[in-house]
Design a binder for this molecule. Structure first.
Ligand SMILES: [Zn+2]
Length: 134
Protein backbone atom coordinates (compact mmCIF):
# COMPACT_ATOMS: atom_id res chain seq x y z
CA UNK A 1 0.00 0.00 0.00
CA UNK A 2 1.39 3.36 -0.96
CA UNK A 3 -1.52 5.65 -0.20
CA UNK A 4 -0.36 9.20 0.49
CA UNK A 5 -3.64 10.17 2.13
CA UNK A 6 -3.39 7.54 4.87
CA UNK A 7 -0.75 7.29 7.53
CA UNK A 8 1.54 4.31 7.07
CA UNK A 9 0.63 1.17 8.96
CA UNK A 10 3.13 -1.35 10.31
CA UNK A 11 3.82 -4.47 8.27
CA UNK A 12 5.01 -6.97 10.88
CA UNK A 13 7.32 -9.76 9.79
CA UNK A 14 7.68 -13.09 11.54
CA UNK A 15 10.72 -11.65 13.31
CA UNK A 16 9.06 -8.38 14.40
CA UNK A 17 5.58 -9.74 15.25
CA UNK A 18 6.34 -10.03 19.02
CA UNK A 19 7.31 -6.34 19.02
CA UNK A 20 4.02 -5.34 17.36
CA UNK A 21 2.06 -7.64 19.70
CA UNK A 22 3.65 -5.67 22.53
CA UNK A 23 2.65 -2.35 20.97
CA UNK A 24 -0.97 -3.51 20.97
CA UNK A 25 -0.60 -4.16 24.72
CA UNK A 26 1.10 -0.81 25.34
CA UNK A 27 4.41 -2.57 25.98
CA UNK A 28 7.83 -1.88 24.45
CA UNK A 29 9.07 -5.41 23.85
CA UNK A 30 12.71 -5.90 23.07
CA UNK A 31 14.76 -8.82 21.88
CA UNK A 32 17.44 -10.08 24.26
CA UNK A 33 20.16 -12.42 23.09
CA UNK A 34 19.62 -15.86 24.66
CA UNK A 35 23.39 -16.53 24.54
CA UNK A 36 25.01 -13.37 25.95
CA UNK A 37 22.04 -11.36 27.27
CA UNK A 38 22.57 -8.29 25.08
CA UNK A 39 19.29 -6.42 24.48
CA UNK A 40 18.57 -5.14 20.99
CA UNK A 41 16.03 -2.80 19.49
CA UNK A 42 14.75 -2.72 16.65
CA UNK A 43 14.11 -6.44 16.04
CA UNK A 44 16.81 -8.13 13.97
CA UNK A 45 18.10 -11.58 13.20
CA UNK A 46 21.50 -11.64 14.89
CA UNK A 47 23.04 -10.37 18.10
CA UNK A 48 25.57 -7.63 17.32
CA UNK A 49 27.90 -8.88 20.08
CA UNK A 50 28.02 -12.68 19.64
CA UNK A 51 26.12 -13.16 16.35
CA UNK A 52 23.75 -15.68 17.91
CA UNK A 53 20.26 -15.90 16.44
CA UNK A 54 18.86 -17.06 19.77
CA UNK A 55 16.40 -14.60 21.20
CA UNK A 56 14.17 -14.06 24.22
CA UNK A 57 11.58 -11.26 24.19
CA UNK A 58 11.42 -9.04 27.27
CA UNK A 59 9.26 -6.06 28.12
CA UNK A 60 11.36 -2.91 28.47
CA UNK A 61 10.75 -0.25 31.10
CA UNK A 62 10.08 2.53 28.54
CA UNK A 63 12.38 4.63 30.76
CA UNK A 64 15.48 6.37 29.53
CA UNK A 65 17.23 9.66 28.89
CA UNK A 66 17.22 12.06 25.96
CA UNK A 67 20.20 11.34 23.70
CA UNK A 68 19.26 13.76 20.93
CA UNK A 69 16.27 15.51 19.40
CA UNK A 70 15.18 17.46 16.35
CA UNK A 71 12.15 19.35 15.12
CA UNK A 72 10.59 18.04 11.91
CA UNK A 73 9.35 20.91 9.76
CA UNK A 74 8.69 18.68 6.75
CA UNK A 75 6.60 15.53 7.15
CA UNK A 76 8.36 12.26 6.34
CA UNK A 77 5.06 11.13 4.86
CA UNK A 78 2.38 13.38 3.26
CA UNK A 79 -0.30 12.13 5.66
CA UNK A 80 1.52 13.91 8.53
CA UNK A 81 1.54 17.34 6.86
CA UNK A 82 -1.03 18.81 9.28
CA UNK A 83 1.12 17.77 12.29
CA UNK A 84 4.34 19.64 11.48
CA UNK A 85 6.30 20.99 13.17
CA UNK A 86 6.75 18.18 15.69
CA UNK A 87 9.67 17.06 17.81
CA UNK A 88 11.39 13.69 17.44
CA UNK A 89 13.69 12.33 20.14
CA UNK A 90 16.35 9.65 20.30
CA UNK A 91 16.28 8.01 23.72
CA UNK A 92 18.99 6.00 25.47
CA UNK A 93 16.73 3.38 27.02
CA UNK A 94 17.63 2.17 30.51
CA UNK A 95 18.05 -1.32 29.01
CA UNK A 96 20.82 -0.02 26.70
CA UNK A 97 19.50 0.27 23.13
CA UNK A 98 18.24 3.53 21.65
CA UNK A 99 14.70 4.19 20.50
CA UNK A 100 13.20 6.95 18.37
CA UNK A 101 9.85 8.49 19.18
CA UNK A 102 7.69 11.57 19.15
CA UNK A 103 8.07 14.11 21.95
CA UNK A 104 5.33 15.49 24.18
CA UNK A 105 6.32 18.54 26.18
CA UNK A 106 8.50 21.61 26.28
CA UNK A 107 11.88 21.63 24.55
CA UNK A 108 13.73 18.40 25.47
CA UNK A 109 17.04 18.57 27.32
CA UNK A 110 19.92 16.19 26.58
CA UNK A 111 20.15 13.71 29.46
CA UNK A 112 16.63 14.45 30.67
CA UNK A 113 14.89 11.40 32.19
CA UNK A 114 11.88 10.33 30.13
CA UNK A 115 9.10 7.79 30.03
CA UNK A 116 7.55 6.46 26.83
CA UNK A 117 4.06 5.31 26.04
CA UNK A 118 2.17 4.33 22.91
CA UNK A 119 -0.46 6.63 21.47
CA UNK A 120 -2.93 5.05 19.07
CA UNK A 121 -3.44 6.80 15.75
CA UNK A 122 -4.97 6.00 12.40
CA UNK A 123 -3.13 2.97 11.05
CA UNK A 124 -1.04 2.20 14.12
CA UNK A 125 0.53 3.63 17.25
CA UNK A 126 3.31 6.13 17.87
CA UNK A 127 5.89 5.76 20.61
CA UNK A 128 5.75 9.08 22.45
CA UNK A 129 8.21 10.14 25.14
CA UNK A 130 7.69 12.79 27.80
CA UNK A 131 9.65 14.01 30.79
CA UNK A 132 9.47 11.52 33.67
CA UNK A 133 7.40 12.48 36.67
CA UNK A 134 5.11 14.90 34.85
ZN1 LIG B 1 24.67 -12.23 22.00
Amino acid sequence: MNDIANKPAPTPSEMSQPFWDGVEQGELRMQTCSECGTPRHYPRLLCSVCYSDGVVWKTASRQGKVHSWTVAHHPYHPAFVTEVPYTLVVIDLDEGPRAIGRWDGDTPVIGQPVTGHFVAREGGSDLVFAASGI
